[in-house]
Design a protein. Structure first.
Length: 317
């Protein structure tokens, strides 16, 4: 199979039939063998009923229904697990991603050998203050921190080699950073393509302004995990050892000064009245705690098991 199209969705009843017809027309025009995988992330409208109608009529369409809303990352994870195509395309179900971009993205993966091609919505039809400006700031920060030079991390339209999606773990709300997850896994050939952005035709966006705050927090998290996720002792242990040594040297200095004054009968305050004594003690305790944190992190890494992050209600194949 050439292409798997993975589409996570939440309450997109009106868009689903039109999106399916659009994808089918593009696939037929290019003679691709393909599958479309809809992942219903706990919709409360008639989205699942629309999907059931489509799967009954089109053998190329598969679907997964979550028991409740688990988030886009979990939906993508489930879709990636099911995908069988040589190239995996992700897109949103709101008709703002254009299926006619798929053939060129497919060629860039198959013929040019890229691991990932990320869409870049250079011209957007979103509200300037609530989405465009925050998006530009977010993407600038993401480029700076991650080192991945993409203009639009949050674009839902992306193309992947199958080996990429089978070797990354999309969790939490990390769907924005799949290119960074892939880079950390060893996939370096990442590029972008300017894609056409459509104005929303039905309904309203499912993401509020808080997604940018969450995005920055996730960016810090994934940066930390990429640097020290497999070696927490390198961070916590190192800082703990440095702090303990500083505190210990300070305490030795206080003790030596006290002995010197005692030897020469120089009047002095009690050790417990010296503020540096408490500073040194605090630094030593903090250093010990950091070292223990690194040690516990190493133990957790060696004993952890991946929990099931979502529960599936139904699967249509």
């Amino acid at each position: 199979m050439q292409i798997s199209i993975v589409i996570p969705l939440l309450n997109e009843q009106e868009s689903i039939p039109e999106l399916h017809r659009w994808i089918a027309a593009v696939m037929k025009a290019n003679s691709y063998s393909y599958e479309v995988i809809f992942i219903d992330d706990g919709s409360s409208d008639g989205s699942w009923q629309e999907i059931q109608k489509i799967t009954a009529l089109d053998a190329n369409v598969k679907a997964i229904q979550f028991l409740k809303n688990y988030g886009k990352s979990q939906a993508l994870h489930a879709g990636f697990e099911m995908a069988q195509g040589e190239v995996v395309i992700t897109m949103d179900a709101d008709l703002q991603d254009n299926p006619e971009e798929i053939p060129e993205m497919y060629k860039l993966i198959q013929e040019e050998g890229f691991d990932i091609i990320s869409g870049w919505k250079k011209k957007r039809y979103d509200h300037v203050l609530t989405k465009n400006i925050p998006s530009k700031l977010f993407n600038a920060a993401a480029r700076k921190v991650s080192g991945v030079k993409l203009h639009d991390f949050n674009c839902g339209l992306k193309a992947y080699q199958q080996v990429v999606v089978k070797n990354i773990d999309v969790y939490g709300e990390m769907h924005r950073y799949i290119p960074l997850l892939a880079k950390n896994a060893g996939f370096e050939k990442i590029d972008e393509k300017v894609v056409q952005h459509q104005a929303r035709k039905y309904g309203s966006t499912k993401f509020g302004a808080e997604r940018f705050a969450h995005g920055f927090l996730d960016l810090i998290s994934i940066w930390f995990l990429s640097k020290f996720g497999k070696r927490p002792m390198h961070l916590f242990g190192a800082w703990g050892a440095v702090m303990f040594i500083i505190g210990f040297i300070t305490a030795i200095g206080i003790g030596a000064t006290k002995l010197y004054k005692l030897w020469y009968h120089i009047p002095d305050i009690l050790v417990t009245q010296n503020p540096w004594f408490y500073i040194a003690l605090t630094v030593m305790i903090l250093g010990t705690l950091l070292f223990i944190a690194g040690f516990l992190g190493e133990l957790i890494l060696r004993t952890q098991k991946n929990p099931q992050r979502y529960k599936i209600s139904k699967v249509l194949k």
